[in-house]
Ligand binder design. Structure first.
Ligand code: PEP
Length: 252
């Protein structure tokens, strides 16, 4: 399966910094690449990406993604951004259910599932984030938690489930510098693959990304695992050389 490397810029960037980063990325990606690459930028910068793509043709090698979407189509939802708006600005992907949104904005499994559904309906691929906290892992509840989170998305999205991307992101590994070992990550990915297989005949084409302090040094060993189909990268996606090294590791 073609791998996918997704950068999550989180709430970072500025017009000047984004332009420099995107120029460096676009210029550094090898033309013969097999891996798909996406950057998920803060919503105000979607327009900047589109504008830059007019003058920087190499940017067409990078897909555009958003970091969240409203579960509502339109209307009186102050502050929210709709799927049709993301589509109009050229988004091909949107992250839903990132642990920072579950944690700081109280997003539930059901809400995350609804966000995945509205993205799919708009023709945008949701990157559905799931993962256990440190307390849950230490209590031996990892499998139960990630299966519950994925089950909600499967339940709401039915036969469309093979169109999603799953990102397994142990919460204790995000932004902490602590990475799941390749074996720990693979064990959870295998559980998720089995759960998808029970839900769809096309589970083998669902990409399951690993996220959580993936970086230039550890990417290759994580990406070598049979059920790790790519990465969702936070901190290291803001440094062009590191992000390009991760893409090269996926391509190897
Ligand atoms: C993320 O934000 O999805 C993430 C994995 O962050 P980091 O790579 O910084 O741990």
């Amino acid at each position: 399966m073609k791998k996918l490397i997704a950068g999550n810029w989180k709430m970072n960037g500025s017009l000047a910094a984004n332009q420099a980063l995107l120029q460096e990325l676009a210029g550094g990606l090898p033309p013969q690449r097999r891996t798909d690459v996406v950057v998920c930028v803060p919503a105000p910068y979607l327009a900047q990406f589109r504008a830059l793509a007019q003058t920087l043709p190499e940017l067409s090698a990078i897909d555009l993604g958003a970091q969240d979407v409203s579960p509502h189509a339109s209307g009186a939802y102050t502050g929210e951004v709709g799927a049709a708006m993301l589509k109009e600005f050229g988004c091909r992907y949107v992250i839903v259910g990132h642990s920072e949104r579950r944690q700081y904005h109280g997003e539930t499994d059901a809400l995350v599932a609804d966000k995945a559904k509205i993205a799919l309906a708009a023709g945008i691929t949701p990157i559905v984030c799931i993962g256990e906290t440190l307390a849950e892992r230490e209590a031996g509840r990892t499998e139960e938690v990630v299966k519950r989170q994925l089950a909600a998305v499967i339940h709401t999205n039915g036969h469309c489930i093979s169109e999603i991307v799953v990102a397994y992101e142990p919460v204790w590994a995000i932004g902490t510098g602590k990475t799941a070992t390749p074996e720990e990550a693979q064990a959870v990915h295998a559980v998720l693959r089995a759960q998808l297989k029970a839900a769809t005949d096309h589970a083998d084409r669902v990409k399951i990304l690993y996220g959580g302090s993936m970086n230039a040094a550890n990417a290759a060993s994580l990406l070598a695992q049979p059920d790790i189909d790519g990465g969702l990268i936070g901190g290291a996606s803001l440094k062009a050389p590191d992000f390009l090294t991760i893409v090269a590791a996926a391509d190897a």
